[in-house]
Write a new protein. Structure first.
Length: 230
């Protein structure tokens, strides 16, 4: 459940094929549908969340245009078509406003966070107030192997929680019975970030597996000076 395709290889192949895809998209003829060999009415380039390069082109007829929804989705944020997923993670998020966003677009909104919904202002009171309810609301806006969005960076190690019990995963086959130790671990990481001089932090789910999730602390990608506590 922890394996992924070779993302580096996929990205390298996409970069190599970039000119081929561009040439194909410029052709006036749409060719034939990939599913039924009838005349295609549209050529739809598709992407994944791991690079900006086109990963392929779907040629579709009217009948099979809608069937793309089984394996692909359209992002309302960047107006592109994406592969749904490679493993257990889905690479999109449906907002309360009815939008479907790819994870990179969602991450940009989380980082901007004008309503201060996701950022935690780092101080002892706010850190001590973190509980399981707050942790389980961590947005899934970064996938395994996805490039870290601009403006933030990881701090410390991730904490892995069992997706059923919420217990901190202690080995490949065992987990704590409650979320308490995992929450304490994240609070310790947040406190370390505060001591190092960071003003705020995000809790982000940056890995979703069949039976577990990773919660990671992210901070602003800036240089800071440690606090003088004594």
């Amino acid at each position: 459940m922890w394996s992924l395709p070779d993302i580096s290889r996929l990205n390298a192949e996409a970069e190599t094929n970039a000119k081929v895809f561009e040439k194909e998209l410029k052709k006036k003829s749409n060719g034939v549908c990939d599913d039924c060999n009838k005349k295609a009415v549209e050529k739809i380039p598709y992407y994944d969340i791991f690079s900006e390069d086109i990963k392929g082109i779907n040629k579709v007829c009217d009948r099979h245009r809608d069937s793309l929804s089984e394996n692909y989705f359209y992002c309302d944020g960047c107006d592109r078509t994406f592969i749904n997923n490679y493993t257990w993670e889905l690479y999109f998020h449906d907002t309360e406003d009815g939008e479907r966003l790819c994870l990179p677009c969602l991450a940009q909104r989380i980082i901007a966070d004008h309503d201060k919904e996701h950022w935690i202002e780092l101080n002892p009171d706010n850190i001590n107030a973190i509980d399981w309810e707050r942790v389980r609301q961590a947005p899934h806006c970064i996938a395994v192997k996805m490039p870290t969005p601009k403006g933030i960076k990881t701090f410390g190690s991730c904490t892995t929680f069992d997706s059923m019990s919420g217990g901190r995963v202690t080995s490949f086959s065992s987990a704590d019975s409650t979320p308490d130790s995992g929450v304490d671990e994240l609070k310790h990481t947040l406190h370390s970030a505060w001591c190092d001089g960071y003003k705020r932090a995000l809790l982000i789910m940056d890995g979703a597996y069949q039976f577990a999730v990773d919660i990671q602390v992210y901070v602003d990608d800036v240089e800071v000076k440690p606090l003088k506590l004594f």
